[in-house]
Design a protein around this ligand. Structure first.
Ligand code: KG4
Ligand code: ZN
Length: 331
């Protein structure tokens, strides 16, 4: 079964054709990073307008004239409402015009499913850490499309903390990837940032460390002291990565499934990748992660999630609406 998948929840417009949930036939992405970098972050209205411009040309790239698909899938939440609406409206139009089934996909489930594309041998059950700009969840994938939430952030997402830390040391949007590079050159013990204590065994909290980086930079500036950006980035990255890895590995070990997968934009972080591999293996887990380009937003992951949704009988009508605050496991 070939599915045309559409993703437009934030600042990337993406389309892909995916076969049977596992094989990427074609994919294309139109990024708006340079446009939003001017403003230091995503401007929702500008994102929506650029999605509209990007959607039709992407179809020509992923589906050559004369080729067909069996269904169309689209991210309908969570994300920016206007941005989501462009993709949802486009997908509804395409489904109606071609008489195809329409499959609604939750963006977070898409991130988890990126692992199916990268690892043909990966099958549920497994535990997955989803760390992105808007979310930090630990879920157990019980079966395709069936999940148990083990833990989540009680406040900010890991990616949000990365972007804030980057901003305070003058790294331009999008901060996470550039902070990661800078951190490679620094000493991760130079600055001390707090590790949050959270009640839930597998829950996270990143607002404390976010505030700590802001306070520390203010303090140093008031004292007239130079901030070593490399050391600052390395110390911050170390705290966040250690926290993410410790709880994800514990959840996977305790659940007894023996497999731990990583996903979401923050899964592109080089230290998180190496540490989860190292600690996971040490704990006797088989560790899975998608290549970096499948960690950040893309449409192939939506096409994979859609295939298993379709198998589970999840379809949408032409009344499908964007749901900006859609929660994982409730749709
Ligand atoms: O999954 P994603 O592309 O979009 C959302 O669904 O939110 O994640 C974007 C987030 C941003 O916060 C970005 O800074 C972060 O992922 N990110 C990284 C890295 N690459 C992307 N954070 C740390 N290190 C990276 N290498
Ligand atoms: Zn995402």
């Amino acid at each position: 079964m070939r599915i045309l998948a559409v993703e437009s929840s934030c600042d990337e417009t993406a389309m892909a054709v995916v076969e049977d949930g596992r094989k990427v036939i074609s994919e294309a992405i139109s990024t708006q990073i340079d446009i939003h970098a001017l403003y230091g972050g995503v401007v929702p209205e500008i994102a929506s307008r650029n999605h509209v411009l990007a959607l039709d040309p992407l179809l020509d790239e992923v589906l050559p004239a004369g080729e067909s698909v069996d269904a169309v899938a689209v991210t309908y939440g969570p994300g920016l409402v206007g941005a989501l609406l462009t993709g949802v409206s486009w997908a509804k139009g395409f489904a109606y015009a071609k008489g195809l089934p329409l499959i609604p996909v939750n963006h977070i489930e898409g991130h988890v499913s990126a692992n199916y594309l990268a690892h043909p041998d990966l099958e549920p059950p497994f535990v997955c850490l989803v760390a992105s700009g808007g979310h930090s969840h630990i879920v157990r994938v019980d079966a395709y499309g069936k999940y148990t939430l083990l833990g989540q952030t009680t406040d900010d997402a890991a990616g949000e903390a990365f972007d804030k830390a980057a901003r305070v040391i003058g790294i331009p949007y999008p901060g996470g990837p550039l902070l990661d590079k800078l951190a490679d050159e620094g000493n991760d013990k130079a600055y001390h940032f707090p590790r949050a204590k959270v009640q839930g065994k597998y829950d996270y909290s990143f607002s404390g460390v976010k505030t700590a980086v802001i306070n520390e930079t203010h303090k140093l500036r008031q004292l007239g002291q130079e901030i070593c950006r490399e050391d600052f980035a390395a110390s911050f990255r170390r705290v966040v990565v250690d926290t993410l890895v410790e709880k994800a590995v514990a959840a996977a070990v305790d659940s007894g499934v023996g497999k731990l997968a990583l996903s979401g934009g923050v899964a592109a972080n080089s230290l998180l990748r190496s540490e989860i591999e190292r600690c996971g293996q040490k704990a006797g887990l088989k560790v899975y992660m998608p290549p970096k380009k499948l960690c950040t937003d893309n449409a192939a992951m939506i096409g994979s999630a859609a295939y298993y949704r379709y198998q589970n009988g999840v379809l949408a009508g032409l009344d499908l609406n964007a749901q900006p605050a859609l929660r994982f496991l409730t749709d």
